[in-house]
Design a protein around this ligand. Structure first.
Ligand code: GLN
Ligand code: ZN
Length: 763
């Protein structure tokens, strides 16, 4: 029984790749220096895995930006606008765009990798597009590893996933039509890899975790039967992860590959189906992904061994591998880096990051191989002991929180009156003009704001000094908003580093790491909090700054909160109870905060939920269940207030077509959404649905420093008012302004207010 790791984090233990890449972009280091850092990271990763005793170690799991982008280069799928560029310049231009005296090209699109928080570059396809092979990176990595004495299995994206995750850039064809011209490139690639003496190639086809149309199913058959005769003796590991094969199981089992990988963390039920399947003929090796690549909890050996043993009884040791559920790209690098800190201390023994997961894989492999080494049995016992401790730890359990969740009723998720009734009351109470103007929450987090926060965290300035600084910033923000005549103000969120971390830090049940970074896209990494226990709110979290801000103005200042689904979605979540339960606990904490804000005299409260859409399961069949509890959690958080209190929500980067009834089900009095880049196209879903509540379609793109003109925004608003009842429309940017600078923010918001005023006059 061999051990396999599907891929390893490439950011480096302390985000060395991020630092080097950004330095290269700023021209502070050369391309050679960047490649040198890359080489060091790859080397360290390989040696780490070899040292741990992993049998099947990946190459080509490294990337300077993204594995899909790498695959575009490998297959020569390079959009025309980049074709005059070469090398790294071309590579990064594809990822980020390039603007010089001579060149001006926009970046390729980027989107979420399945249901992870990782983002990939979306391949662009045109009719009759030609492909060509550039195997250099793959061959180089095979050789680099070999020079360290390590034979690797290169990882590539399979042809069906590569095509399906891309987009047609012209009409009149389907991207799968390109398969016949793509397959010979893979053939050549396999030939070149075979010439390096490689035995296995891991072909990632995670689209197996989604519903596949007939066209995709037959493309799979076609591609893999073509490979059967065109891979020069290379053995294929077909890797699906993030969910079951589901309805695609027959198809997958029928493909002529040597190894089939299963994600048994996300879906262990599939094992029974597979073991009982008539197509499992004793030829295929099953790679059992039992060590979670998506979460940070220590493996429960007993549980994993039960799965492995079940498979062993059926197919025998020789036909089984043990490994990670997916690439460890989605896990932080090394728990060993974390210095002891009070809060993490007890929790730490329950955790495993990538480095620790390697030894878990090997330990499981040995235990399953019936290695009778004393120390192994000790390890198993110790693992059982820790899991027992975790289950009964005081740190995790809060009886009153559990009780509250258990006693939740339908009524707790229901505002007192209907939206129509609330709207009348709120109009009377708030007395806002037509087309009320507002912003989404944050104002520029300038260098100075970040410096002061860092100093405060390092105890270099007192909390009084920090508060005084925040006070000054908040005051400036309020004054500015009043000056330009915004109708509903915000306090600016200067006290917040991040919209999830800020709340996690004040809630019980959350822990934080120092180095638990995970790649989000390119050089951007995130450090998700860890939800380890029952969530509760020891004291109000935002009332102080919201009240201060409100006291500075006669206009309404919105209270600003992150919603339960988003907090859940952007954290590492405990695996010992259903996500829905954890989400309800967070919802109750936010509900209490909402009520406290109301008590403090805040009349408008915004609960941001930008992550609702990304939490959708990969298969449509599973959507209804998720949406049911997720939307309800939001409603629980929002429904503790009087009719007169206006609840806003905000969602960005979302399409709404297929979930519009659920969005309406949130029953927020006002929803603000990102619509400017799509020229209000995203509004159509609300129109078709006859969305009854108030809505603020974003009138300008906050991702760009560009200042939109009054006319542009007025036009967008005109479009919106042709589509929706004008008395329901709000005027706001697409999202928060924290990544912007003040000059462009001021200019853009001034124009936005003018656009609203001009429109009011025309009514
Ligand atoms: N209130 C948050 C902000 O303005 C919302 C951020 C988001 O939607 N991603 O920054
Ligand atoms: Zn947003």
């Amino acid at each position: 029984m061999k051990s396999i790791v599907l891929g390893y984090p490439r950011i480096g233990k302390k985000r060395e790749l991020k630092k080097a890449t950004e330095a290269y972009w700023k021209k502070n280091i050369t391309e050679n220096q960047l490649q040198e850092t890359a080489k060091e990271i790859k080397k360290a990763n390989w040696l780490e895995q070899q040292h741990a005793g992993i049998d099947l170690i990946s190459s080509n799991d490294f990337s300077l930006y993204d594995q899909m982008l790498d695959m575009c280069i490998t297959l020569g799928s390079i959009p025309k606008r980049f074709q005059d560029l070469i090398g790294l310049k071309q590579y990064f231009a594809m990822a980020r765009g390039l603007q010089t005296d001579k060149v001006d090209v926009t970046a390729m699109e980027m989107t979420k990798w399945f249901d992870t928080n990782y983002h990939y570059i979306v391949p662009e396809f045109t009719t009759g597009q030609a492909f060509s092979l550039n195997p250099e990176k793959i061959i180089k990595e095979i050789r680099e590893a070999k020079s360290l004495g390590i034979e690797t299995k290169p990882v590539i994206i399979g042809p069906i996933t590569f095509l399906l995750l891309g987009k047609e850039k012209v009409e009149g064809f389907h991207r799968l039509d390109l398969l016949p011209s793509l397959l010979p490139i893979y053939k050549k690639l396999f030939n070149q890899i075979a010439a390096e003496g490689v035995e296995y190639v891991q072909v990632d086809e995670p689209v197996f975790a989604q519903d596949l149309e007939n066209k995709a199913q037959s493309a799979f058959k076609k591609a893999y039967s073509y490979f059967a005769n065109n891979r020069n003796g290379i053995k294929l590991i077909l890797a699906n992860y993030f969910d079951c094969y589901g309805d695609n199981l027959n198809l997958a089992l029928d493909l002529p590959v040597e190894v089939l990988h299963l994600d048994l963390v996300r879906c262990n039920l599939q094992l029974d189906d597979i073991l009982a399947h008539p197509l499992l003929d004793g030829q295929k090796i099953l790679s059992l992904g039992v060590v979670d690549g998506r979460n940070i909890w220590k493996n429960d050996y007993e549980k994993s061994l039960r799965l492995i043993e079940k498979a062993k009884r059926k197919v025998g040791k020789a036909n089984l591998w043990v490994g990670t559920s997916c690439s460890l790209l989605h896990s932080p690098v090394a728990l060993s880096l974390e210095k002891a800190n009070e809060q993490l201390d007890e929790v730490k023994q329950w955790l495993a990051f990538s480095e620790e997961k390697l030894s878990e894989v090997v330990t499981l492999q040995k235990l399953a191989n019936e290695d009778t080494d004393e120390s192994l049995l000790e390890e198993l016992k110790e693992n059982q002991r820790i899991h027992k401790l975790r289950r009964s730890s005081k740190l995790i359990h809060n009886a009153s929180v559990k009780e509250r969740v258990k006693n939740l009723t339908e009524q707790d998720a229901q505002r007192l009156s209907t939206f129509q009734e609330r709207q009348i009351i709120q109009r009377r109470e708030l007395n806002l003009p037509l087309f009320p103007t507002t912003t989404i929450g944050s104002f520029p987090q300038t260098q100075e704001v970040r410096v002061q926060r860092r100093k405060f965290k390092k105890n270099e300035i007192s909390s009084q000094a920090y508060d005084a600084f925040l006070m000054k910033e908040t005051e400036k923000a309020i004054n500015f908003q009043e000056e330009i005549g915004l109708d509903v103000l915000v306090h600016g969120e200067f006290e917040r580093n991040d919209m999830v971390e800020y709340f996690g830090e004040s809630l019980e049940g959350f822990a934080f790491t120092q180095f638990g970074w995970v790649q989000s896209y390119g050089t951007r990494c995130v450090k998700p909090p860890i939800i380890f226990g029952d969530v509760s709110r020891p004291e109000p979290m935002t009332v102080k700054w919201s009240s201060i801000a409100q006291s500075l103005s006669k206009k309404y200042v919105k209270g600003m909160l992150t919603g339960p689904v988003t907090i859940l979605q952007w954290s590492f979540v405990r695996n010992d109870q259903p996500r829905a339960v954890t989400c309800n606990q967070i919802a109750l904490a936010i509900r209490d905060e909402v009520c406290d804000l109301e008590k403090a005299g805040i009349k408008i409260i915004q609960i941001d939920e930008p992550a609702i859409r990304e939490g959708l399961p990969l298969r449509k069949d599973d959507w209804a269940n998720y949406l049911q509890w997720a939307i309800k959690a939001f409603r629980i958080s929002a429904s503790g207030v009087a009719d007169a209190t206006q609840i806003h929500t905000h969602m960005c980067y979302s399409e709404f077509n297929d979930i519009i009834d659920d969005i309406a089900g949130m029953d927020a009095d006002v929803i603000t959404i990102e619509t400017s880049r799509s020229k209000m196209e995203l509004l159509q879903a609300f129109v078709d649905f006859k969305y009854p509540n108030e809505i603020g379609p974003g009138v300008y793109d906050i991702h760009s420093p560009r200042v939109p003109t009054v006319q542009e925004m007025e036009n967008l608003l005109l479009t919106a008012s042709e589509l929706l009842p004008i008395e329901n429309l709000w005027v706001n940017p697409d999202c928060g302004l924290k990544t912007r600078d003040w000059p462009e923010t001021k200019a853009a918001l001034e124009n936005m207010v003018r656009a609203a005023k001009s429109l009011r006059q025309k009514q």
